[in-house]
Design a protein around this ligand. Structure first.
Ligand code: 5GP
Ligand code: ZN
Length: 116
C-alpha cells in the first residue's frame, strides 16, 4: 500500500510553492493531469492522503464534498460549464486507478465518449 511519504500527490500537497498548482485551499488542490485525455483535464485532489475510498466515512464528507464544489469552480475558470464536462473518481484495479490517493478527474473541452 502506498504511504503518504511515497505518494506523488502528497508530495505535491506538501510543496506549497509548486507553480503547477492552479488552485489550493485548506482541503484540496488542483493540477493539470500530466497526461491529459481531453483539452481540459484537471485533477482535484484532497490534501489528506486517504489510501482507499473504503476509509471514507461521515468524517470525510467536508473534504470529499468540497472536491465537487471546487471542481465546479474550476470548470467555470476553464470555460466548460456550459459546454459540459465529466467528473470521474476511479477506485481500485477495475477502474484502472493508478495513484492510491483519491482524486476527481475533471475532463472537458471535447465531446466525451460513452462511459466504459
Ligand atoms: P487514476 O488512474 O489514478 O485515476 O489517475 C491518475 C492520474 O494522475 C493519471 O491520469 C495520470 O496521468 C496523472 N498523473 C500521474 N502522475 C502525475 C504527476 O506527477 N502529476 C500530475 N499532474 N498528474 C499525474
Ligand atoms: Zn497521498
Amino acid at each position: 500500500m502506498t504511504t503518504a511519504t511515497q505518494c506523488i500527490f502528497c508530495s505535491i500537497a506538501r510543496d506549497t510553492a509548486n507553480p503547477d498548482v492552479l488552485y489550493r485551499d485548506d482541503r484540496c488542490f488542483v493540477v493539470r493531469d500530466i497526461n491529459p485525455k481531453s483539452p481540459v483535464h484537471l485533477l482535484v485532489i484532497p490534501n489528506m492522503h486517504i489510501a482507499s475510498l473504503a476509509y471514507v466515512g461521515p468524517g470525510q464528507v467536508p473534504v470529499m464534498g468540497h472536491l465537487f464544489v471546487v471542481a465546479e469552480e474550476m470548470a467555470r475558470r476553464e470555460n466548460v460549464t456550459l459546454s459540459g464536462y465529466r467528473l470521474t473518481l476511479n477506485q481500485g484495479p477495475d477502474a484502472q486507478q493508478t495513484i492510491a490517493h483519491p482524486h476527481v478527474h475533471l475532463m472537458g473541452g471535447r465531446q466525451l465518449g460513452d462511459m466504459g
